[in-house]
Design a protein around this ligand. Structure first.
Ligand code: SF4
Ligand code: SF4
Length: 357
């Protein structure tokens, strides 16, 4: 490790009491002590010191992480983020071509089509200098962008919608450790935004938002626009009286997407929307910064599929405990992997309750 400060940080984590493990979804769902944050840090330190004999085993553990940020949120050290070290290890795995099978397949699709899902049409609608980037998972879901269309039309806002084809934020490349590929995706996104002359971009996926507001900068790509998550945009429309909505008389459970709360710091806007819509909120035991990953692995679905499946089942059980009438989230990936509780995106529920003029 070239940097003395980084070596000190990972050593501190490797020697820590590991209490943050009680918030780590991969540990909680599997019960495997070997994949707790502190044990991951210890392996990273051993790898640094060339003590690791089983290279495959080491990289397997690096992909048994949801990259959810719960350990950062509950860390005893300010500004320490274990994920940055896991990310470095994943870059080494990528360079050595030692990736989990599902991740390798996803990378192959990305190389062919410029996105993780395959061949797609370009999506381009509307005008104006406020953009709405339809994330790959929303493009696939279709209902989220359709709900946004209805909201945009009812609010009479000018919004330039774009996505599909090979326009992707690059998060799958990032989480797979393909640093160079990710940088190219970031540069392409910058071009896509600049050629549409946007000053603000609404983003429906928390992971895209994290890439655009934080990780692009780390690879030297800065885009001079304001990025906002859909929930912040919708909350603004409701507060400014730009949407007239019916009030529901039902209970709702909101699942905090891990990246939205741990990296975006957004937990209040979605709850304020639900209150305006008249829902009585039933919080799950683990909510806000105590939320658990849905199993979608930071929205990018990159990592160990078996561990992801266990995390997913654990989160479904936690959500079912509230027995709410409706379950809502603010991430199209959470929506798709939590279909067992009939999860909807908050965008859809806002659109459903619009009173047509
Ligand atoms: S992430 Fe923070 S709290 Fe958790 S083991 Fe490492 S140093 Fe300790
Ligand atoms: S990022 Fe999430 S899954 Fe990974 S070690 Fe930290 S708490 Fe566990």
């Amino acid at each position: 490790m070239e940097d003395k400060e980084k070596l000190e940080q990972i050593t501190n984590c490797a020697m820590c009491a590991n209490m943050c493990k009680h918030s780590c979804p991969t540990y909680l769902a599997t019960g495997k002590e070997t994949i707790t944050p502190q044990k991951k840090a210890r392996l990273i330190l051993y790898e640094e010191k060339a003590f690791i004999k089983d290279e495959q085993g080491f990289f397997d553990v690096m992909f048994q992480c949801a990259m959810c940020g719960a350990c950062k949120a509950h860390c005893i050290y300010d500004d320490f983020d274990l994920r940055r070290f896991i990310q470095r290890a994943r870059s080494k795995a990528f360079q050595k071509d030692i990736l989990p099978n599902d991740t390798a397949k996803r990378m192959e699709t990305f190389r062919r089509f410029g996105n993780p899902h395959g061949e797609r049409q370009l999506l381009e609608k509307g005008t104006g200098d406020v953009g709405y980037f339809v994330s790959c998972s929303a493009y696939r879901d279709q209902q989220v962008p359709q709900a946004m269309d209805r909201i945009i039309s009812a609010s009479k806002e000018q919004v330039h919608e774009f996505g599909g084809a090979d326009i992707c934020c690059g998060a799958p490349l990032y989480y797979a450790g393909d640093t160079e590929g990710f940088k190219q995706a970031a540069e392409k996104m910058k071009e896509e935004i600049e050629k549409r002359k946007l000053r603000k971009v609404i983003v429906d996926c928390p992971s895209c938002l994290k890439m655009m507001t934080e990780v692009y900068h780390d690879v030297g790509v800065d885009i001079d626009v304001e990025f906002v998550h859909t929930t912040v945009f919708l909350n603004g429309l409701l507060r400014e009286g730009k949407l007239r909505v019916n009030r529901a008389s039902a209970t709702a459970t909101y699942h905090d997407p891990c990246i939205l709360v741990n990296d975006g710091g957004i937990a209040t806007a979605p709850r304020e929307i639900l209150e305006v819509l008249g829902f009585k909120i039933r919080e799950p035991v683990y909510s806000r910064e105590d939320t658990h990953c849905c199993g979608g692995l930071s929205g990018a679905k990159i990592g160990d599929a078996e561990v992801a499946n266990k995390v997913n089942l654990m989160r479904i059980d936690e959500l079912k405990e509230t027995c709410a009438d409706v379950y809502l989230s603010a991430c199209p990936t959470c929506k798709s992997v939590l279909s067992d509780v009939d999860m909807k995106d908050i965008t859809e529920i806002v659109a459903d309750q619009i009173i047509d003029e």
